[in-house]
Design a binder for this molecule. Structure first.
Ligand SMILES: Nc1ncnc2c1ncn2[C@@H]1O[C@H](COP(=O)(O)OP(=O)(O)OP(=O)(O)O)[C@@H](O)[C@H]1O
Ligand SMILES: [Mg+2]
Length: 266
């Protein structure tokens, strides 16, 4: 049976490593849960940083997104509670590292996740987020084939826009072949430092190039954001008053305000 769903499914993606995808996935999802939305977060990265960042040990996960992709378990059986009320997690297990190779020969290898979504009623959720690995591999393709929108995180540094063309090309390809409704939700700038000229300059360039696709609120460089995962907590449960927590809450509010806007594409 194909299920309808209510809220958008959003992947946080950029094949560039270390640009704030996981930090954004956890804290944007947790912010929306704090704002009384019901949120599901899926850790599609074999590194499992979203999983450990929410206090769940990867080696203790026996049912996670790997089992869902392989058809060994339904989405409903891979749900974990998180420290954040209203936020559920489908974690990465140790086995996810092998999924890329195993998927190559699997039937419908690009649409395993969308198939799992269709078989499960996502209606209880206002938002579903997927944290993608830093690669344009079969896992990321499974995400892009299954979602409504992509949030791209960009670190404001010299090579910020490197690789973006390839990401946009991949999105267009998936739109043409597998998921005609796929759109870019927007770009979230991360690790912004307004005292650093280069960071300011890169922010200006990205805004000139991508215009209103870029979220007005940015995520500053904030040490609390890097500390919170070691306590297994989203930043707003670690220190709600810190700049990082306030910035993610602001981006979440902006996302709620922009709901009508997301259909525009890059
Ligand atoms: N705004 C920030 N301020 C300070 N540190 C940050 C911020 N955002 C992310 N970090 C830190 O930078 C590192 C990379 O961030 P993160 O893991 O979110 O990136 P990623 O894109 O998910 O990386 P990967 O590509 O490896 O999955 C982490 O150590 C994280 O704690
Ligand atoms: Mg990550």
């Amino acid at each position: 049976m194909k299920h309808e769903r209510l809220g958008p499914v959003i992947a946080v993606a950029n094949q560039k490593g270390g640009v704030g995808k996981t930090t954004t996935s956890i804290n944007l999802a947790a912010s929306l849960a704090t704002l009384d939305r019901r949120v599901l977060l899926i850790d599609l990265d074999p590194q499992g940083n979203t999983t450990t960042g929410l206090g769940i040990e990867k080696h203790q996960v026996d049912k996670g997104v790997y089992e869902v992709l392989m058809g060994d378990c339904a989405l409903a059986d891979a749900l974990y509670d998180t420290p954040c009320e209203g936020l559920s997690l489908i974690p990465a297990s140790m086995d996810l590292a092998g999924a890329e190779v195993e998927l190559v020969t699997a039937e419908g290898r690009e649409q395993r996740l969308s198939g799992a979504f269709e078989a499960y009623d996502l209606q209880p959720y206002d938002y579903v987020f997927i944290d993608c690995p830093p690669a344009l591999n079969l896992l990321t393709i499974n995400a892009l084939a299954a979602i409504d929108r992509v949030v791209i995180t960009l670190q404001t540094e010299f090579y910020a826009m490197e690789g973006l063309t390839q990401l946009m090309d991949t999105i267009r390809l998936i739109r043409g072949r597998l998921n005609p409704e796929l759109v870019v939700d927007g770009i979230v700038l991360t690790m912004v430092d307004h005292r650093n000229n280069l960071s300011v300059q890169v922010e200006q360039e990205v805004r000139e190039y991508f215009g209103s696709q870029v979220y007005e609120h940015v995520i500053p460089r904030n040490v609390k954001l890097s500390e919170a995962p070691s306590f297994g907590l989203p930043v707003m449960h670690y220190d709600v008053s810190c700049k990082g927590a306030q910035a993610y809450l602001a981006v979440a509010n902006e996302m709620l305000e922009r709901e009508h806007f997301h259909r525009r594409t890059l």
